[in-house]
Design a protein around this ligand. Structure first.
Ligand code: PLP
Length: 321
């Protein structure tokens, strides 16, 4: 799998942005550690999902490309597949929940994808996709449980480690676990002593439960603001990878996530969506004791103006001490 990550990095060269790594002096002082943020909120489509989508679609045969691609996603994978489809001239159809953030639905349509909406309270997206596939020969590209997707997502950590070097901890958010699997594989191959932690919202702690018990737990449609991690459960590929390569999992409260979004906004002048703020949330709330050199993957920045202003208006000025 590590070879696939290296191949993916070559494919993405000159296509994906090599995203910047930022840090905050005041945060380092506050936490007595050196924190490095890999800023995938500045990736194409505003999230790391561009990497997995491009790696997957560019690996398809000419015939598969002619037939088109189907995906299901609550947002960022949808946008990424739609954008890459446009880039490579491949037709895309995306199954999306009606309650996905407007910005994500609009952007997906804007790239020219055929969007099929479903009600997440009453329908399961895999079933909606399977129904649509009947009698059609589109290639399904799932949001995380796919080798080429995992390899593409693994290029985030691959680039990050090439730039920053050795680290004591590497933190990545976890939904279905594509990003976390790829992160852990890249990290264990390049800097084996680095501890890799997956971070989840408390309200969507299925992966933490699965990691600890050794059985896949499922939480359908959890009510967290971190919509990128609302995935019901880890997948058949990501679960064993996470069990093997990830050192531990941590959960964070909704309040801690909001505090981290505000920190990025006010202190670092960055727009980060709630899912992208999980790593910082785990540090600010003390769920991970900061020590040494810590890499944090900031996974995306797609948040509506209304969602952002709601978080900013709850401002708790102790955040800014
Ligand atoms: C998809 C996504 C995640 C979760 O990634 P998985 O590979 O599903 O674990 C986290 N943050 C953002 C911004 C995302 O789009």
């Amino acid at each position: 799998m590590f070879n696939k990550i290296k191949q993916a990095a070559q494919r993405l060269e000159g296509v994906a942005h090599r995203t910047p790594v930022f840090s905050s002096q005041s945060l380092n002082e506050k936490l007595s550690a050196q924190i490095y943020f890999k800023c995938e909120n500045f990736q194409r489509v505003g999230a790391f999902k561009f990497r997995g989508a491009y790696n997957s679609i560019s690996s398809l045969s000419d015939e598969q490309r002619r037939q088109g691609v189907l995906a299901y996603s609550s947002g960022n994978h949808a946008q990424a597949i739609a954008c890459v489809g446009k880039l490579l001239g491949v037709d895309t159809t995306i199954v999306m929940p009606t309650d996905a953030p407007k910005i994500k639905l609009t952007a997906t349509r804007h790239y020219g994808a055929n969007v099929i909406e479903y009600d997440p309270q009453t329908q399961v997206r895999e079933d909606v996709a399977a129904e649509y596939l009947k009698g059609r020969s589109l290639t399904l590209i799932p949001p995380f449980d796919h080798d080429d997707v995992i390899a593409g997502q693994g290029t985030v950590a691959y680039e990050f480690i090439k730039e920053v070097g050795d680290m004591d901890y590497l933190l990545a958010p976890c939904g279905g676990g594509g990003l976390l699997s790829g992160t852990a594989i890249a990290s264990k191959n390049l800097i084996p002593d680095c501890k890799v932690y997956g971070i989840e919202p408390e309200l969507a702690d299925d992966a933490t439960l699965s990691f600890k018990t050794g059985i896949i737990h499922s939480k359908p449609n959890p009510p967290t603001i971190a919509d990128g991690t609302r995935t019901a459960s880890l997948g058949n590929l990501t679960f064993p990878l996470i069990r093997e390569y990830v050192d531990d999992m941590r959960t964070v409260s909704e309040e801690a996530i909001e505090e981290a979004v505000r920190f990025f906004f006010y202190r670092m002048k960055m727009v980060v969506e709630p899912s992208g703020a999980l790593g910082l949330a785990s540090l600010l709330s003390g769920r991970i004791k900061p020590r040494g050199k810590i890499g944090v993957i900031v996974s995306g920045g797609n948040i509506d103006g209304s969602g952002m202003s709601e978080i900013l208006l709850k401002e708790n000025f102790t955040d800014l001490d």
